[in-house]
Design a protein around this ligand. Structure first.
Ligand SMILES: Cc1cc2nc3c(=O)[nH]c(=O)nc-3n(C[C@H](O)[C@H](O)[C@H](O)COP(=O)(O)O)c2cc1C
Length: 331
């Protein structure tokens, strides 16, 4: 595959974006991580975590719609299980400047599927069609409406769902080709993805284990998809998508331990700004990945993860950064 293919842009409705983009990961791809990803990738689409339409319409949490301009182009992902609240939530999302809207029809979590949202929508195509038409009616041509699906809920019906979604007006289909019971670990269904790609005209984006460039290449060979989402690989590694993009152009890109620690500390401070007091404990989720290449990583992991206060975490992080001569002025 030539380098040009990988640097070509794809068109989703009125958006023209690179083939690589960040996947939405609830509790992970929040505003602080997205801001850090932007240090490495300027144009790639980023996505919010999934939020239910009623949560957005009723302003359940002010920070749901908060982001920094640098995160653009930024997509908003909804979950929904009924028509109520769609109008109010869509207006808020568009008013707040999000550049694309996505309906989550892939979440496997029972707390989500239990109410008929997430991947359960794939088992209820009539409802899914109604929801998509309602989203489209309200959105019009202001931003692209898209959907993220799985291989299916219990049954592998992604082709039928993709066709129905396209007919209901979506501009792009993102697929994580595993069924709901398969969660996030079993074999990826490349054959089904290929069938989805062949069944629709809109761009199809693949999500699943794209954690290095050769996986993207292999995925393309097996499926012919138009784009690739980077998911868990970004967890505590905001430079990962850049590495894949550079490798796609035949260039090397890696981040040394000093830079990784610099970014760990930046992340800690961004979490403090974004989440307030709970920021440091939320940061703990991303920390092990940031420090995996330090000497005595297991010891440091334990030291940092058992900190009880933000101040304690800051002191320990500074100590680790000092050992690796991280430039404190960089902050
Ligand atoms: C912790 C976690 C949270 C996730 N949250 C979301 C979400 O909010 N919306 C969504 O569409 N997918 C979500 N996903 C699925 C990812 O977007 C992605 O499809 C999946 O992780 C496979 O890609 P990967 O192997 O590159 O991580 C989540 C996955 C994980 C592991």
């Amino acid at each position: 595959m030539n380098k040009e293919f990988w640097s070509e842009k794809i068109t989703i409705g009125n958006l023209v974006i690179p083939r690589f983009m960040a996947a939405p990961l609830d509790g992970v791809t929040d505003s602080p991580l997205r801001q850090l990803i932007r240090d490495f990738c300027k144009e790639e689409l980023l996505m919010t975590e999934m939020r239910h339409v009623s949560h957005v319409a009723n302003d359940k949490l002010k920070r749901t719609l908060k982001y920094k301009e640098v995160e653009q182009p930024l997509a908003f992902q909804f979950s929904a299980n009924r028509l109520e609240w769609i109008e109010q939530s869509v207006e808020k999302v568009i008013e707040n400047g999000f550049k694309l809207i996505n309906l989550n029809s892939g979440c496997p979590s029972r707390t989500v599927t239990g109410s008929g949202s997430g991947s359960a929508l794939m088992a209820n195509i009539p409802l899914l069609e109604k929801l998509l038409k309602e989203f489209n009616r309200i959105i019009g041509d202001r931003v692209p409406m898209t959907i993220k699906i799985r291989a299916g809920y219990k049954e592998r019906n992604a082709v039928d769902v993709a066709k129905a979604a396209e007919a209901a007006g979506v501009s792009c289909i993102m697929i994580h080709p595993r069924t709901q019971p398969e969660g996030f670990v079993s074999r990826l269904d490349f054959e089904l993805t290929k069938q989805v790609k062949e069944a629709v005209k809109v761009p199809v984006i693949f999500s699943g284990n794209v954690n290095n460039f050769s996986r993207a290449e292999k995925t393309y060979e097996l499926t012919g998809v138009d784009g690739f989402m980077i998911g868990r690989a970004l967890w505590g590694a905001p430079w990962k998508m850049r590495e894949i993009v550079e490798n796609s152009q035949g260039k090397e890109f890696s981040v040394d331990t000093t830079t990784a620690l610099d970014y760990a500390r930046r992340h800690f401070y961004l979490n403090k700004d974004f989440y307030g007091n709970s920021g440091f404990s939320i940061f703990k989720k991303q920390l092990p990945q940031y420090i995996r290449s330090v000497e005595n990583a297991a010891m440091w992991r334990k030291t940092l993860l058992t900190t009880q206060t933000e101040e304690e975490m800051r002191l320990k992080l500074d100590q680790l950064c000092h050992e690796y001569k991280v430039d404190s002025n960089a902050l």
